[in-house]
Design a protein around this ligand. Sequence first.
Ligand SMILES: *Cc1c(COP(=O)(O)O)cnc(C)c1O
Length: 464
Amino acid sequence: MTNYISTRGGVPPQNFTEVLLQGLAADGGLFIPDVWPKFDLEKMRELAGLPYAEVAKYVISPFVENDISSPVLEKLLNEVYGRNFSHSAMAPLVQISPNVWVMELFHGPTLAFKDYALQLLGQLFDHVLEERGEHVTIVGATSGDTGSAAIEACKGCKNIDIFILHPEGRTSEVQRRQMTTIEAPNVHNIALKGTFDDCQNMVKAMFNDKKFRNDIRMSAVNSINWARIMAQIVYYVSASLALGGPSRKVSFAVPTGNFGNIYAAYAARQMGLPIKRLIIGSNKNDILTRFFETGTMKTGIVESSLSPSMDIQISSNFERYLCDLLDRDTKSINTLMDSFKKKGAFNIGSQYMDKMRKEFDAHRCDDKQTQMLMKACYQETGYILDPHTAVGLFAGMQVREDPSVPLVSLACAHPSKFPDAVEQAIGIRPELPPHLADLYDRKEYVTVLENDLSKVQEFIKSNI
Ligand SMILES: *Cc1c(COP(=O)(O)O)cnc(C)c1O
């Protein structure tokens, strides 16, 4: 049975349900399994060719088995990985050159890989709340992608109200419409007069208002929830199976921001999936790549790039990996995280750097390189990459030493989500897939509010 500990070591081990509902641990740390469950590779082999939901059941069961019964899990997985995705293979592989594959993770409702985890998270939340007879109010801030994926995941959930704040006029039209055109009584969009930082600060201020937080039973589906990592492990196993695994090693290239997606690949490896290289791609916001080069994690100023979902300077999920790297010495983690908070930087010793470089490769790809690769790929294969995917593939191609090892590059968004960047690179404006073709004609539901705490709180209270 899997229990969960905090990376900061300040809370007793918790079960899956607690970890799901809490998100962040009370000591400010992130939850990780106390021991990594191990795959039975013989059993895994038998999953080759089976539906995605079956692979998901195999991967997820050891993480939840004490809290969620096997028939319930099966039902949830069949629902989630059945109706809401537009490709029956869920995460199909497309070959773009000899032994190089793109894994398409954009067949969910909002066209980005975040759907693969958040769709399940919404159902898990609703199920657990129903059993406990509880109701929560999810409040979140978004600069674009996460908000729409969270709204799609929670719409129609009986035990959840969701309020998403976005900065008025500062998200792309596709991103805004993906949030505001959802017609569901439990979904509430707030366009805040301010920036993304204002939205985030507003959510933090609401969390820190204890009375308000308790009154509305405030919760979050943020990027550090363990259940999201867990759900993302599934597609790494699915890709490996399709390419001859687990009898054969595969390498993965992952465009990386918050370190959630690549950490799920690391988790798969810890559980015994044979993986050759794990390759991190960063754009010009290259805090991670610099860390792998120098051993110093140091934040800089966020610059906007062609791959906006990776424009961040703090990779929150890295703390999870750091915990393993330091042999779960939670005291050292606290010291490093304190230093990071106070000085915006921390250092690790060279013995750790060797280990870390054995486990990951990291490369940066600037906007020009991103555009060039999008163009070359389109000219040579006719395949259209979104800019994030191009960053990952670029990094993967830098590392490719052994061409007999399949390289799987993760396509984290559909090109039509970033039509301007794609058009600039290849001269063609990608079209939205059929289920979103009328997005620009749909009615929008959104309330514009002043950047004023009490006004936002009032709005939330009166709309639950
Ligand atoms: C969120 C996102 C990323 C970054 O993923 P992390 O798990 O934060 O590293 C990359 N590409 C796209 C399209 C995204 O939406």
